[in-house]
Design a protein around this ligand. Sequence first.
Ligand SMILES: Cc1ncc(COP(=O)(O)O)c(C=O)c1O
Length: 391
Amino acid sequence: MKQSSLGNLVQPFHVMELVKAADTLNNQGKPVIHLSIGEPDFPMPKPVEQALAQAISEHKTRYTAALGLPELREAISLYYQTNFQVQVPAHQIVITSGASAALMYACLALINPTDKVLLTDPGYPCNKTFVQMAGGIPDFVQTQEAQNFQPSWADLYKQWTPHTAGVLLASPNNPTGTQLGAQAMQEIVQGVSTQGGFVIVDEIYQSLCYDRPAQSVLQVTGAPSEQIPVVVINSFSKYFGMTGLRLGWMVVPDTLLPAIERFAQNLSICPNTPAQWAALACFTPETLAICEERRLVFKVRRDFVVTALPKAGIELHSTPDSAFYVYAKSPYDSERYCRQLLEQALVCAVPGKDFSEFRGSEMMRFSYANSMDNLETAIERIRLFNNRQLP
Ligand SMILES: Cc1ncc(COP(=O)(O)O)c(C=O)c1O
């Protein structure tokens, strides 16, 4: 059977080969510590679990509106008001199957075939796929450690062409765990709107930040509109620890809503219904207290990892202040290093190749979504491996 060109275009994640090798080692009784995981190691908060069970027992399992449960859209609107002091009308909030579906809908609604879209390098590997699915051409902007791997408007403008339609950013970003400051964000939105482009801002790691209060681009722009060409992406996956429930949201200007609704109706009918009812429990004081406690646990781990890794022979050139990732310089070719670290030290970290076209072989990502005990053991193994002291 002949395969489509899109089927051939989409790249596999290189890390999957490593994860398969890690599974083989585990099956041989050699326990691997994963510093490769992109999801919280905590279960979903108890009140959310209870709300999910209740939704199922009450048979809340039929389709909802394509744009999501009105109650949940209202709750998110209130969340923006309470936590970020920004008015986002509930009708501009669309519930989606994770940030993934939100990114897909945003790209489909904004990109025409052969449009160029600026993406940061390093960045989340699926972004280029979303752009390509919409017929667009990913155009990577190399970011620098000195700027915490985030672009300025000047960096983006340098690469702006008559064929550039817009920018897709993440703040905080994956794999770097770094954010854009409010002023830089404002300059980017202003600059892009002068060019008549769009800015998609992925805020999936928004509330997992450790050195300053969580922020949203909406605090500097206000709700998206014809004049404010911003689409914001968010998710219940990370801060609320609900990765497998596949639930997220997006904030869109009124003009995009009809197209987004048609994409949602046609591509997924609606987001997961019990998950939407369960997500209502995310905004209760009880759940928010649990999530806050977990954020502080992540902060302790972040503090540990950023001091322990350099002592173990891993150079850090940026300061991760959010998400649960450290993006660091690999002692040598990152694919070879990660493979040897796995086989000899039983630690699985991710080579930079999945995240970066430019410097993937120089860089690697560590995730600290693992217990403190495991982090301590893993970093000691890394130290011994780097010093050639493994037994
Ligand atoms: C930056 C970024 N955006 C989006 C996603 C997709 O998340 P979701 O589980 O909400 O689809 C991820 C997942 O790791 C991510 O790191």
